[in-house]
Design a protein around this ligand. Structure first.
Ligand SMILES: CC(C)(COP(=O)(O)OP(=O)(O)OC[C@H]1O[C@@H](n2cnc3c(N)ncnc32)[C@H](O)[C@@H]1OP(=O)(O)O)[C@@H](O)C(=O)NCCC(=O)NCCS
Length: 187
């Protein structure tokens, strides 16, 4: 058990058997934070596309994808997903991985769960031999951008995604893992 500011949480790898629970957590968390941003048809299209049990189950079964979940006695409260990079990177010579998801239920926000999941993603990407860890974050998502900056991620270019019919601007961010390891060693 890991204590994230006095919460009894178990952090463990996600398994195929978690597909329905993770899909449900993804749908609920995305809706909690971003449900007011989009019209219902756009929101539903996004949730159906990215958080169906089939899609999440397929990703969990993919050996190139790693999942980590934060589990409370009442159920899952957060998760992270790491996998191959699908962002439009300019420099393709580096070994990269992407943090595809980092979600913590709104009721558990700000008490350390996201930080623990982010540490896992950074360590796991290093273990997998990546030179850089990348992510894409909605450019208006100031809280998440600050969280990533606090861990040394730097901003790169922006690109567009569609949530249903709504075009959103995403910010690409990256963390150099070799520099990170050196910093940690010299700290
Ligand atoms: C972003 C999110 C995952 C963060 O999770 P969280 O549990 O609230 O984060 P934590 O409380 O563990 O804080 C994480 C780190 O950011 C730091 N941090 C938080 N707010 C900060 C701020 N405004 N400025 C600087 N650092 C900040 C914390 O000090 C902590 O650092 P540490 O782990 O090194 O101690 C969570 O808010 C969330 O799920 N948001 C909605 C979904 C989302 O936006 N996901 C990211 C999409 S790319």
């Amino acid at each position: 058990m890991v204590q994230a500011r006095n919460m009894n949480l178990r952090f463990r790898d996600g398994a195929v058997e978690d597909a329905a629970r993770i899909a449900d957590l993804g749908r609920q968390t995305f809706s909690e934070y971003f449900g007011q941003v989009y019209k219902k048809s756009d929101l539903d299209a996004y949730l159906d596309n990215y958080f169906s049990v089939e899609k999440v189950g397929k990703d969990l079964a993919d050996p190139d994808c790693d999942y980590r979940v934060a589990e409370a006695p009442s159920g899952l409260v957060g998760y992270a997903k790491l996998g191959p990079t699908s962002l439009p990177l300019d420099n393709q010579d580096k070994q990269t991985l992407q943090l595809h998801r980092l979600y913590v239920r709104e009721s558990r926000k700000g008490v350390g769960v996201g930080g623990i999941l982010l540490s896992w993603a950074i360590d796991r990407a290093s273990e997998r031999g990546a030179d850089e860890l990348w992510l894409g974050v909605w450019s208006n998502n100031e809280h998440a951008i600050q969280v990533y900056k606090s861990r040394g991620f730097v901003s790169d270019k922006t690109y567009n995604i569609f949530v249903g019919d709504t075009k959103d601007q995403e910010l690409m961010m990256s963390l150099g893992l070799k520099a990170e390891s050196k910093n940690r060693l010299s700290a």
